[in-house]
Design a protein around this ligand. Structure first.
Ligand code: PGA
Length: 242
């Protein structure tokens, strides 16, 4: 019912040469999941050209505004113009390094959907919040803010990524059981859309831990950072998502 999805978040890495080499090395034979690559903005057209039909295009961020005097920002309709289908919103690096509030994240979520993009909404707790036993409370609140702004139908055309902040780029992955507990909780908060919305896990996903994560009932794929910069490793993760 839910087709697994594996998304690459290249963050601020790469170059023209890197993108060209990545796609000439990427062999997705044997992978039947949906694959999304989110490069930095300037490489979107190049990735669109090189990636072929197997790979959908995603953006790492977008503006919550439609157009106007917002220097340095990129709107949802501009992304759509370049064939982009997905947009990551609320990544923890945007929340912590660029001060994006849950309200702003919610507006980006709506801006993406209004233009016809599918938002990939990231939620997740810090190490301290987990140690204090507040994981579900924190994630519940992050989801609630989006639900209030996007309305009751808002979850329909969306993807959620559970990314515990303490697992991002650290090499420490949540155990499959820890992840499953949060994924089940998230699904329960999505109302009718819960049955169809894909919930990805993100945070130090690698070829050798992907399979045990994907074996969990409510884990429908992954949002992959570091390991998505290596074509062979990324392809292995995609193959594990069947
Ligand atoms: P990571 O990043 O796979 O390098 O931990 C994941 C993410 O930030 O989306």
């Amino acid at each position: 019912m839910r087709i697994p999805l594996v998304a690459a978040n290249w963050k601020m890495n790469g170059s023209r040469e890197f993108a060209e080499q990545f796609f000439s090395a990427l062999n997705l034979d044997g992978a039947s999941c949906e694959v999304v690559v989110c490069p930095p903005f300037p490489y979107l057209p190049l990735v669109a050209e090189k990636a072929g039909e197997m790979v959908a295009l995603g953006a790492q961020n977008l503006s919550e505004e439609v157009s106007g005097a917002f220097t340095g920002e990129v709107s949802a309709s501009m992304l759509l113009d370049w064939g982009v289908r997905y947009a990551i919103v609320g990544h923890s690096e945007r929340r912590s390094l660029y001060g994006e509030s849950s309200e702003q994240v919610a507006r980006k979520f709506v801006a993406a959907q209004s233009a016809g993009l599918t938002p990939i909404l990231c939620v997740g707790e810090s190490r301290q919040e987990r140690e204090e036993g507040r994981t579900l409370e924190v994630i519940g609140r992050q989801l609630q803010t989006v639900a209030e702004v996007a309305g009751s139908d808002g979850w329909k055309c969306s993807v959620i990524a559970y990314e515990p902040v303490w697992a991002i780029g650290t090499g420490v992955t949540a155990t499959p059981e820890q992840a499953q507990e949060v994924h089940r909780f998230i699904r329960g908060r999505l109302g009718d859309a819960g049955a169809t919305v894909r919930i990805l896990y993100g945070g130090s996903v690698k070829a050798d831990n992907a399979e045990s994560l994907f074996a969990q009932a409510d884990i429908d794929g992954a949002l992959v950072g570091g390991a998505s910069l290596k074509a062979e490793e990324f392809a292995k993760i995609c193959r594990a998502a069947d």
